[in-house]
Write a new protein. Structure first.
Length: 82
């Protein structure tokens, strides 16, 4: 899921998916160029299980997908730095 998408942004889409009982098993990973703290917090509040910036290498992306699919949480390292 990206933060900015046509028609419905990723935060609104994440909120809608997370609120739908029929989609309770869906894990959402945000993959975006926007690494601003406010987007990270909004994504987590909306129900995202992970947040990764698009400059992550392929190995980091695969790791993030595996972590989120396993039901765990993941944040991009940039989001945890002061």
């Amino acid at each position: 899921m990206d933060i900015r998408m046509p028609v419905l942004d990723g935060l609104a889409a994440t909120t809608a998916i997370s609120a739908d009982p029929d989609l309770a098993g869906v894990q959402i990973l945000i993959l975006t160029t926007f690494d601003e703290d406010s987007y990270v917090f909004q994504a987590l509040r909306a129900g995202a299980a992970g947040f990764l910036v698009k400059d992550a290498d392929t190995g980091d992306l695969l790791h993030a997908i595996r972590v989120v699919v396993a039901g765990q949480a993941l944040l991009t390292p940039a989001a945890t730095r002061p």
